[in-house]
Write a new protein. Structure first.
Length: 250
């Protein structure tokens, strides 16, 4: 099982999360590409850390929305989104190559991630951009999403993720962050959820429905309070039941 986290989201003098600690706990890092978060120096630091610790780098592409941290949905033309995704891939991949690393998968961020579950037009722009850049680049996303369906049709390796610290709706989508209880904080229940996802491939939705997910990767958000302790406990909990941790992109 892979453990991924959104990292490299600091910007200038503004810090987001404890990346130094998180890099030691995950097997894959979704590195911000400068549009929703991150900057060239942060990208450089992130890629260096990933390379030194043998953590797989993924391009965490998002809307061009630094002020809103990429959590505001945007209406964009095909070419606008195509160009923005292509730009972000090229930027992070260039930085990664300069320090001996490489971009080995793509995972959309925030509002773009959620929109690509249902928006076929935006999904087509994102998939087209990834294919134009690297036709064999793996894509990580929500099961049943337009993104993964179109990526699969285009011949990309696709991988499914689940969120250990987010509440689920009965249809398998995430409870919007605007709703109370969308982000989970009780570490014991998060560890229990992570183990159930890894071992049984299922998660309990907010209404008690058991949702089948069968993830290739588990996401831990690095920007929530206590994220490092939570990640350490999740990793220990998985290892305690015999779950081997390794990057899906390997």
């Amino acid at each position: 099982m892979d453990l991924n986290a959104d990292l490299g989201e600091s910007f200038g003098s503004w810090n987001m999360g404890d990346d130094a600690s998180m890099f030691r706990l995950v097997t894959s890092a979704n590195v911000a590409c400068g549009f929703h978060a991150g900057d060239p120096v942060t990208m450089l630091d992130s890629c260096r850390a990933a390379f030194e610790l043998d953590v797989t780098v993924g391009a965490h592409v998002g809307y061009r929305d630094l002020a809103g941290f990429g959590r505001r949905s945007m209406d964009m033309s095909f070419d606008e989104l195509f160009g923005d995704v292509l730009y972000q891939l090229g930027a992070l991949d260039g930085v990664a190559h300069a320090v001996g690393a490489s971009v080995d998968y793509v995972k959309p961020h925030g509002a773009l991630y959620n929109r690509l579950v249902h928006d076929a037009e935006q999904a087509s722009a994102v998939v087209a951009a990834i294919q134009a850049y690297d036709p064999g680049l793996p894509i990580l996303g929500l099961p049943g999403s337009e993104l993964l369906e179109q990526a699969k049709e285009a011949g990309h390796p696709v991988f499914v993720e689940a969120f250990v610290d987010r509440a689920y709706q009965p249809d398998g989508t995430l409870v919007p962050r605007s709703q109370e209880g969308a982000v989970l904080h009780d570490v014991d229940s998060i560890v229990e959820r992570a183990v159930r996802l890894a071992v049984k491939g299922e998660v309990v939705a907010v209404d008690g429905t058991v949702v089948q997910v069968r993830p290739d990767s588990l996401c831990i958000h690095g920007d929530t309070p206590g994220a490092v302790e939570m990640a350490a406990r999740v990793r220990a909990g998985l290892e305690a039941v015999g779950v081997a941790l390794e990057s899906f992109a390997h």
